[in-house]
Design a protein around this ligand. Structure first.
Ligand code: PLP
Length: 469
């Protein structure tokens, strides 16, 4: 009998296809309703820190340098109140193969795929992860397919995504470029079914565990070089794996550094809208991913995401597009460092946050990414202008995503805007109830304990929220 290739037919085989393509039986960790055993899943399907360090070392991943940004710190101190202006550092993940921290995830995924005997790997991603998987697959001698949501319906693509396609192809991957819409997941599932390749999802336990080495290295490097841990670590947050893995690594190193998430504010722009797709200048690290994934992580391409940022985040801030463009240029002209947009999102936030901290404190931007052709500020700003976006100097607080990009008239105008974490926590609890179709008075004790862990709160907080629903 021939396969049902209709959209509904393929979707109905989703669980079966995924199980074959990842090799994890997620049902083992389920406990019935909302709760599942996250730590057991991480323990039994991931790798230990030592194993990951070894896997990554063999493929030249990790052990990236820490750089102190003395000139940027001096600028922050010039505009900070007396006695304020923490030292600003970056962990230079652009020094990794493929140019970003994403290769820490890819190294583990590709190692795991090879160990299980898969002939190839597939990843659905428009960003750095595609290049990272392509790079690791090339080195491991596995075939690689990258599925990208790339164009709007007129066939116009974001310069950064187009560049990423080139990079993936240069690294030997087959790149399947799609327009915005639900066909991405459909095509992805069909490809997995047709090829029998491994799903190198961004959200598997081994992928997320791959980022733990990053957090661990930060703690160890700071202790060796500066005799103490950094006070705050800023992580650019989208799907949540970056922050989750880094925080877990820091905790494994015994560090209690404050974990701050940062996303570019794209409020009002709809990610799945064909018309708005090309109105944004950032393809990741923005609130269009950060908000939905933080308030409900299990919306990814695996049944239970290993990226659960709300479990770890201490503070969450947003920063505007114009501020990130501005800090990118400041970094290049004051420090001679050219880095890409996602890491610079955290850098713009760190520049503002350092001004709240004491001079003897240290804040580290947990990752940088490479920049080049399509990722540079010039092609991005030209593309924005071609898409009808006004670009001018002024007060970044007045920026409206999709309408304008406001470059700050003065560096003192760069501000990290706090997101109300309790609102996010309440959304998370509401989403859990909606997903499992449970009423507030039906939530059992074990689900309450789970929701308390998920939201980094306690059972009383969860009970209070439930009583208001
Ligand atoms: C360089 C870089 N930094 C940060 C992020 C955000 O990571 P996550 O989606 O795990 O939150 C991405 C994801 O695309 C990235 O490519």
């Amino acid at each position: 009998m021939s396969r049902d290739l209709s959209y509904n037919g393929v979707m109905s085989r989703k669980s079966e296809i995924m199980k074959k393509a990842i090799g994890i039986d997620y049902s083992l960790f389920e406990s019935g309703t909302i709760a599942f055993d996250y730590e057991r899943m991480m323990r039994e399907t991931g790798y230990t820190l030592e194993e990951m360090q070894e896997i990554q070392k063999t493929v030249n991943v990790g052990n990236t340098p820490i750089l102190e940004l003395k000139n940027l710190t001096a600028l922050a101190r010039k505009i900070a109140p007396a006695g304020k202006g923490a030292r600003i550092f970056i962990k230079d993940e652009a020094a990794n193969p493929s140019g970003s921290f994403k290769v820490r995830r890819a190294a583990n995924a590709v190692y795991h795929a090879k160990k299980l005997g898969y002939k190839g790997v597939i990843a659905a991603t428009s960003g750095n992860y595609g290049a990272a998987v392509a790079q690791q697959a090339a080195a491991a001698g596995l075939k690689c397919i990258i599925v990208q949501e790339c164009y709007d319906s007129k066939g116009v693509g974001q310069p950064e995504i187009i560049e990423k396609a080139r990079k993936c192809e240069a690294l030997g991957a087959e790149v399947i470029q799609l327009t915005v819409g639900p066909e991405l997941f459909y095509t992805f599932l069909l490809l997995l079914e047709d090829t029998g390749y491994f799903n190198a999802s961004l959200y598997t336990p081994f992928g997320i565990a791959g980022v733990e080495t990053l957090g661990y290295e930060i703690a160890i490097q700071f202790r060796e070089k500066y005799g103490k841990d950094p006070d705050a670590v800023v992580c650019t947050n989208a799907g949540g794996g970056n922050l989750t893995g880094t925080a877990r690594g820091l905790i494994k190193a015994g560090s209690s550094a404050q974990i701050i998430g940062a996303s570019v504010n794209l409020k009002g722009l709809h990610m799945a809208s064909d018309e708005q797709f090309n109105k944004k200048s950032f393809t990741t690290g923005h609130t269009g991913f950060g908000m939905p994934f933080t308030t409900w992580p299990d919306r990814s391409d695996v049944p239970r995401s290993a990226a659960r940022p709300l479990r770890y985040i201490d503070r969450y801030v947003t920063i505007n597009q114009g501020e990130v463009f501005y800090i990118t240029e400041v970094l290049a002209s004051l420090e001679g460092e050219e880095k890409g947009p996602a890491g610079n999102t955290s850098l713009a936030a760190a520049f503002a946050l350092a001004q709240e901290m004491d001079k003897d404190q240290m804040i580290v931007v947990q990752e940088t990414e490479y920049t080049g052709a399509g990722k540079h500020i010039q092609p991005q700003l030209s593309f924005a202008r071609d898409n009808g976006i006004d670009i001018f100097f002024g007060d970044p607080r007045e920026e409206i995503p999709g309408k304008n990009i406001i470059l700050p008239s003065h560096p003192s105008m760069i501000k990290a805007v706090d997101v109300d974490l309790n609102k996010i926590r309440i959304s998370h609890i509401k989403n859990a109830l909606a997903t499992y179709n449970i009423k507030a008075d039906e939530v059992c004790d074990s689900d309450m304990a789970f929701l308390a862990k998920e939201t980094k709160t306690d059972v009383n907080f969860v009970k209070e929220v439930l009583s208001t629903l």
